[in-house]
Design a protein around this ligand. Structure first.
Ligand code: IPD
Ligand code: CA
Ligand code: CA
Length: 271
């Protein structure tokens, strides 16, 4: 049975509070699909409101801690050793299209290291949480990454580049995809990096890779995967929270997926 620390309790409370507003707004967004103006501005406002709720909750509970937030940016704290990394709404495109798969993601970085993470699937109500040394949890279920060792049996999630991204970025993605589709059971693209990582921690996805993510997309999920016994790394050996080129999987599959990603990159560079 899991016992949440006071820190996790505070982070979960903030995520749930933001989630309540997002769930209400999600109901509204479904009506806006059919309006001519579309749900764009409404979603931006929902996103900002959720971030405000998280900021208020966390700064009341942990005064002095710093913040890195997707919308507000960096807020320096008086306590230089602790800062929250927050994505109030991960899976915005899903939210905007009435697809019920999005999350609130909150991480705590302590003394420069990722220390705790909470990912809240607002519509299913699932709270995934992890704290260094305490394991990763979904309610009372202790999370463990999948034990599959053969790439041929693996389901691997990813994130696709989209309109506005450079042709090079698309090209590299297609090369990676072509290497991995030929060798895995299946590829998934669900649209929330935070939940993708939570699913790796829960052993649902055997692996996840995506490039060019932001720290707030992955910080909480990284703690989940590591505490669930998985390996998280930067694909090209850089600094993960800076580049956002992430690969997460169990220890057997990690090097296998990595070798395919490297082969894809080499193919593009040689062309
Ligand atoms: C996005 C999601 C998505 C990923 C995008 C992210 P947002 O975050 O995590 O899965 O593919 O690259 O930007 O914009 O919905 O917070
Ligand atoms: Ca995000
Ligand atoms: Ca977001």
């Amino acid at each position: 049975m899991s016992r949440q620390s006071p820190l996790i309790t505070v982070m979960v409370k903030a995520a749930r509070a933001a989630g309540r507003g997002l769930a209400r707004d999600f109901g509204e967004v479904e009506n806006l699909q059919v309006s001519r103006k579309g749900p764009g501005d409404f979603v931006t406002n929902a996103d900002h409101r959720a971030e405000e709720v998280i900021y208020n909750e966390l700064s009341r509970a942990r005064p002095g801690y710093g913040f890195v937030m997707e919308e507000r940016g960096v807020v320096e704290g008086t306590d230089k050793t602790n800062r929250f990394i927050v994505d109030p709404l991960d899976g915005t495109l899903n939210f905007m299209h009435g697809i019920p798969h999005f999350a609130v993601s909150i991480a705590l970085e302590r003394e420069g290291e990722l220390y705790a993470g909470v990912v809240y699937n607002v519509i299913s109500g699932d709270i995934y949480w992890a704290e260094r040394g305490q394991g990763a949890w979904l309610e009372n279920w202790r999370l463990k990454v999948a034990t599959r060792i053969k790439l041929a049996n693996a389901v691997v999630a990813t994130g696709t580049p989209f309109v506005g991204h450079s042709p090079e970025r698309h090209q590299l993605f297609w090369a990676e995809l072509s290497h991995l589709t030929q060798e895995t059971s299946g590829i998934r693209r669900f649209g929330s990096a935070a939940l993708d990582l939570a699913y790796v921690a829960a052993g649902r996805f055997d692996g996840f890779w995506e490039r060019n993510l932001n720290a707030w997309d992955i910080a909480a999920g990284i703690v989940l995967v590591r505490e669930a016994g998985g390996v998280v790394q930067e694909i090209d050996g850089g600094e993960l929270l800076k580049t956002g080129n992430i690969l997460a999987a169990n220890a057997s599959l990690s090097p296998k997926i990595l070798s395919r990603l490297k082969a894809a990159k080499k193919r593009i560079e040689d062309e």
